[in-house]
Design a protein around this ligand. Structure first.
Ligand code: PLP
Length: 390
């Protein structure tokens, strides 16, 4: 059976992250796992908070009636009530349980909202560099990705966004704290984007993909996108904030300020079903009912950020510290990031070329690795820099 031409083409260009992961597996076999420093995958290396594990044990042993069956497609009502309460507290907006759809992670939420709003050929603005899967999520629903470069320091460039708007623009995906850049978009930029969109002659939805919302460093907080931009749909999950990416639990929330809210609510309940998710995992909804406020300790990531960035700076690299997430997006010492990633790999160090996120000249390094590994990898970084400086 031939596979679809679309999928064949997508596979051809598919994720550098996966490619480097496979390269890592090969190198580990060759050199021994201790001699490969793999910074490629954003897979949390900490345990979920104790509150989450305790809630899991309680939910499993409680034997609640009807807790393993089908449910309304948007999820268990008490869970959606609790998410709505949390969002009311955080944003000051009157979220209702009917605005909340429990989803299969933030990825599921993005697909549900895109499926609900896109007709073939509709345009979705994505700020570059970006999480590479957005390209596929948009094409899943016959949309067209319109890339818009961010500023030199990776913040949304309102002028460029304005220039990219067309009558076919249906949405803009915002991701802050940002993968891969680690930027946390400040309040003023979000206000400026809101003013731009408010002045448009047709409605444009901001899809705020927020799985790193609680991973912000230096005692700072991510400003609430939904409080600052009226027409917002939030995609969120506990994948990163509670180190649960394999459990696939998140939510989509429609801001009470979204226009045509009733129709959109009905569409999202339907698309969650017909995308084949049916509903988010029942067990994990019940766990989050008890544990949704808990978050992993970000100080571990912050310590590793400081260790890696300070060591790389001392070694001669040009690197800025991320404000959030668990990624360092560093300039490569030569413009060809793919060539540099290959040179680094010879030293046993694996990272993802910026080209994989749509910005050449950079490399992404994930901090989800042990501190000891960071220390051991620094001579490899130094040797690679020397190799290209010679
Ligand atoms: N959005 C961004 C920006 C991500 O980096 C990721 C995962 O790495 C996702 C969405 C998917 O998150 P989830 O595991 O909650 O589906």
């Amino acid at each position: 059976m031939n596979i679809s031409q679309t999928i064949a083409a997508q596979l051809e260009n598919a994720s550098w992250i996966r490619r480097m992961f496979e390269e890592g597996a090969r190198m580990k076999q060759e050199r021994g796992a201790d001699n490969v420093y793999d910074y490629t995958l954003g897979n949390p290396d900490v345990e979920p908070p104790p509150q989450v594990l305790q809630a899991l044990a309680r939910v499993v042993s409680a034997g609640l009636p009807n807790s393993h069956g089908y449910m309304p497609n948007p999820g268990f009502l008490p869970v959606r009530q609790a998410v709505a309460r949390q969002l009311r507290r955080d944003t000051g907006l009157p979220f209702e349980p009917e605005d909340i759809f429990m989803t299969v992670g933030s990825a599921g939420a993005c697909n549900v909202i895109l499926k609900s709003i896109l007709d073939p050929g509709d345009e979705v603005i994505v700020l570059m560099p970006c999480f590479s899967e957005y390209r596929f999520y948009i094409s899943n629903h016959a949309g067209r990705l319109v890339p818009v470069e961010t500023s030199e320091d990776f913040l949304p460039d309102i002028g460029r966004i304005a220039a990219a708007l067309t009558p076919r623009t249906r949405a803009i995906i915002l991701n802050t704290p940002n993968n891969p850049t680690g930027r946390v978009y400040p309040e003023q930029v979000l206000r400026d984007l809101n003013s731009l969109l408010a002045g448009c002659d047709h409605e444009i939805l901001v899809i705020s993909d927020e799985p790193y919302k609680h991973l912000v460093f230096d005692g700072n907080k991510q400003p609430e996108v939904a409080s600052l931009i009226a027409n917002t749909a939030i995609c969120n999950s506990w994948s990163k904030s509670q180190a649960l990416p394999g459990e696939r639990i998140g939510y989509l929330a429609l801001s009470p300020q979204v226009r045509n809210r009733a129709a959109l609510r009905a569409a999202c309940a339907f698309t969650n079903r017909i995308l084949g998710f049916i509903n988010a995992p029942a067990l994990w909804q019940l766990v989050e009912l008890e544990a949704m406020d808990s978050t992993v300790d970000v100080s571990g990531y912050e310590r590793k950020r400081d260790l890696l960035c300070d060591s790389l700076t001392r070694a001669g690299y040009d690197v800025s510290k991320p404000e959030g997430t668990f990624y360092v997006f560093m300039k490569t010492p030569i413009p060809d990031d793919i060539a540099f990633v290959r040179i680094l790999a010879k030293e046993g160090v694996l990272g993802v070329p910026g080209a994989g996120f749509g910005r050449s000249g950079y490399i992404r390094l994930s901090l989800t690795v042990p501190e000891q590994m960071i220390r051991k990898s620094i001579p490899g970084f130094a040797a690679a820099l020397q190799a290209v400086s010679a």
